[in-house]
Design a protein. Structure first.
Length: 283
């Protein structure tokens, strides 16, 4: 009888062990991150841009760099994920809301301006950066104010409304040029075929800070609009929004935010705004 009791106990222990393994697995979370809590053994999928130097860029060696990447890495750490547990997912501007709704990513940090229209589809943590529409010109350019663009060639990327905003509101005689990417616009500036490039100042500063462009360009500081960059999450995930906001506040308070700004934008002499107050949108 004693032997049978031991065997029964061993069997019970085996069942418990198997049950624990089945429940625990590799951390028990879904493929885009474990719920709204800590990471454990899971990975977390974060949407970023792959083609914006200084913000979100996939380097030739496969690594990722930029301010958005640094912010998202810090936030993920506070959520319980180490850098090697992050899976970076390229998220195009037109697909950001759908990527969150489908569950392709847990959060998105990709120059994602908080707007009332977008808030109908996703929730936002932040903002973590206040950017402005601005102009990038050559160092020796005589363009100092918006009206100086009258008669000048102003570049923006295809599909952007930035240049049209300038023409409609500031310089009606500006000559708009739409090209396929920012790099093409910058090449036009270098060759004096274009006079200015317009988009968010953070994006412009990211390009200007690249080694191949150092010392060639400057931002005019016109502040043509306010762009509040936030971290997008699936609609209704209030718990995750609150955790991300806590992480962002900590990033500011321990000076990691300022260090990330200097690291990514410093060479462009970017006159950035102070860290925004969490939950306060500047109109």
């Amino acid at each position: 009888m004693k032997l049978r009791k031991v065997s029964a106990a061993a069997a019970t222990a085996l069942v418990l062990a198997l049950t624990a393994t089945a429940c625990g697995g590799d951390g028990g979370g879904d493929s885009n991150g474990s719920g709204s809590g800590s990471g454990g053994g899971d990975k977390i999928k974060i949407g970023i841009k792959y083609d914006q130097p200084g913000l979100g860029l996939k380097e030739p060696d496969g690594s990722f760099s930029g301010f958005d990447v640094d912010v998202a890495t810090y936030v993920a750490k506070e959520l319980g994920y180490e850098p090697n547990q992050i899976e970076w997912v390229e998220t195009k501007s037109a697909d950001r809301e759908n990527a969150l709704a489908r569950g392709d990513v847990k959060m998105i940090a990709a120059t994602y301006s908080i707007t009332d229209e977008r808030k109908e589809k996703v929730d936002f943590a932040g903002p973590y950066l206040l950017a402005h529409q601005d102009l990038l010109v050559k160092k020796d350019s005589d363009i100092k104010k918006g009206t100086d663009l009258n008669g000048k060639k102003l570049c923006s990327v295809t599909g952007s409304t930035s240049a049209q905003n300038v023409k409609d509101k500031i310089a009606p005689k500006a000559q708009l040029q739409q090209l396929g990417g920012y790099s093409e616009c910058i090449a036009g500036l270098q060759s004096d075929q274009l006079d200015a490039l317009t988009t968010d100042d953070a994006i412009l500063a990211g390009f200007a800070a690249q080694d191949q462009y150092k010392g060639q360009f400057k931002l005019t500081g016109l502040k043509l609009s306010n762009e509040n960059y936030g971290i997008g999450v699936k609609k209704g995930d209030t718990e995750l929004v609150n955790k991300i906001n806590d992480a962002l506040e900590k990033m500011v308070s321990d000076k990691s935010w300022e260090k990330a700004v200097e690291k990514n934008f410093g060479p462009a002499d970017y006159k950035h705004e102070p860290a925004p107050q969490i939950g306060q949108i500047v109109k």
